[in-house]
Design a protein around this ligand. Structure first.
Ligand SMILES: [Zn+2]
Length: 465
């Protein structure tokens, strides 16, 4: 479920028959200063390009249309009880039209206006047609206004296609939400797929003719918040449960294996005990390339204690949990997938003298060691941002597991593990205020999307087996 924004997405497609070849070629999306590397489309982008038709033999054409389409498709299969105890496997599919717009590039509007013909003959030669279609902010199926601003509605020329659009609105549960990012989860029992396409169709006259189509898949991804929105979102705080470790003091000999074994089963050995817990400070909305988290190991030891106890950091693991909820007409399924962001198993000495004294000594914890530096290599830009649409919801959790031991080697010293898991939202990359306004309009900047707390848990319907 990753969104490889750095991958080059295709920009062209070709389809041909024995009589003609149709090529479609897209321009790069408009440059956004804040995200110069982007190759994907986002809100309010115009999908622009050119259709080239090479005709080898005279061909009769009804019209040539360019369509922009986005769909959210889900499929679930579940056991349903029939007649007391029999189970039957049932499959449900659901499809939401998130985006639909089109422009007729041939015949040209001035010809169509004066002609009653429903077919036009193209003689051998090359023809090119430019097109431009705009991607809105909200999904069509959940927002009447958005739909009515599409070319299908604003251009009287495309009136004939309105009815088709209506037919696609056969589902009843639509959410008024921003367009979701591309996504593809395809498993045996669950499918959730969000796709965007640009499609060129050469329609032929007559009942039994086939339509020739050239299709370019489009990458789509929402932008992140602005820097000030990100900075103004306060860090949240979470602590792990407390773990206690027997630690050697600096200068004390390292216990032999035999002694360690004995210590496991004896309570008479006197060792310094250290209480520890993890503290995670995190932004409720994680933004790629930003400082989203700080991680501290708090201990019951005074930072100026002499000699200090010896503690080893054995491992740090950070996981992004992707929690996907898939809906069909009557089924709901939740799928969780772990994406490892970091796994470090290099043992290193934690230096007590480098610990900072805690300002307010909360109970037994006197000092904390900053582990934030260990998280600096985490990258989030390749993951699909959190979103919600009519039949799919993707939310995230961040899990951090840290293991600390009093002994450097791993023989008979599993160490103590501390774990924190918090709900978060994941966004796209930062943009400037002007860029965001241009993409989503001023009225939406205050929308919950950009104040994101983690995707609302309480709005989740009960998960049914
Ligand atoms: Zn819908």
């Amino acid at each position: 479920m990753t969104n490889h924004a750095e991958n080059k997405s295709p920009r062209s497609a070709t389809a041909s028959t024995s009589d003609f070849t149709v090529d479609v070629c897209l321009k790069e999306p408009k440059r956004i200063e804040s995200i110069p590397q982007r190759t994907y489309y986002t809100y309010n982008d115009t999908v622009e390009g050119q259709v080239k038709l090479k005709v080898a033999n005279p061909v009769s054409v009804r019209n040539i249309q360019v369509k922009l389409a986005g769909v959210s498709e889900t499929r679930l299969s579940q056991n349903v009880e029939v007649l007391t105890s029999n189970l039957r496997r049932e499959v449900e599919k659901l499809r939401h039209q998130l985006l639909y717009d089109l422009v007729t590039v041939f015949p040209p509007q001035n010809v169509a206006n004066v002609s009653k013909n429903d077919k036009f003959t193209l003689i051998p030669g090359e023809y090119t047609y430019d097109f431009a279609l705009k991607i809105p902010f909200l999904s069509h199926c959940g927002d009447e206004e958005t739909k009515k601003h599409s070319n299908v509605y604003t251009s009287p020329y495309e009136a004939q296609d309105r009815e088709k659009l209506e037919c696609r609105r056969c589902e009843t549960r639509h959410l008024e939400e921003p367009l979701p990012p591309c996504m593809d989860v395809n498993r045996i029992r669950e499918t959730a797929r969000i796709t965007y396409q640009l499609k060129v169709s050469v329609h032929r006259p007559g009942m039994l003719t086939t339509t020739t189509r050239a299709i370019v898949p489009l990458m789509f991804r929402p932008p992140g918040p602005t820097l000030s929105l990100f900075r103004n979102s306060p860090f949240m705080e979470e602590v792990s449960t407390v773990r206690t470790l027997k630690a050697r003091l600096q200068g004390e000999p390292v216990p032999l294996k035999r002694e360690r074994f004995r210590e496991m089963f004896s309570s008479t050995t006197k060792r310094q005990t250290v209480d520890m817990r993890l503290k995670l400070l995190y932004k409720p909305t994680l933004v790629p390339y930003q400082n989203n988290v700080q991680l501290m190991l708090q201990t019951s030891v005074n930072s100026d204690m002499k000699p200090p106890p010896v503690l080893y950091l054995k491992s740090i693991e950070v996981v992004l949990v992707q929690k996907l909820v898939i809906y069909t007409q009557t089924f709901i399924q939740m799928v969780e997938q772990d994406q490892r962001l970091l796994k470090s198993t290099e043992t290193r000495l934690l230096s007590m003298p480098c610990a900072t004294k805690m300002k307010e000594e909360t109970g037994k914890f006197k000092s904390e060691i900053d582990l934030t530096e260990s998280l600096k290599d985490i990258s989030l830009d390749q993951f699909t941002p959190s979103f919600r649409t009519c039949n799919v919801m993707l939310s995230h959790k961040l899990r951090v597991v840290v293991n600390v031991s009093g002994i450097e080697d791993s023989w008979f010293s599993a160490g103590e593990s501390m774990k924190i898991e918090v709900p978060v939202a994941l966004s796209g990359e930062l943009v400037t205020e002007d860029e965001l306004t241009e993409m989503i309009g001023e009225s939406y900047i205050d929308s919950p999307l950009y104040h994101i707390h983690s995707t609302e848990e309480e709005q989740l319907p009960e998960y049914e087996q």
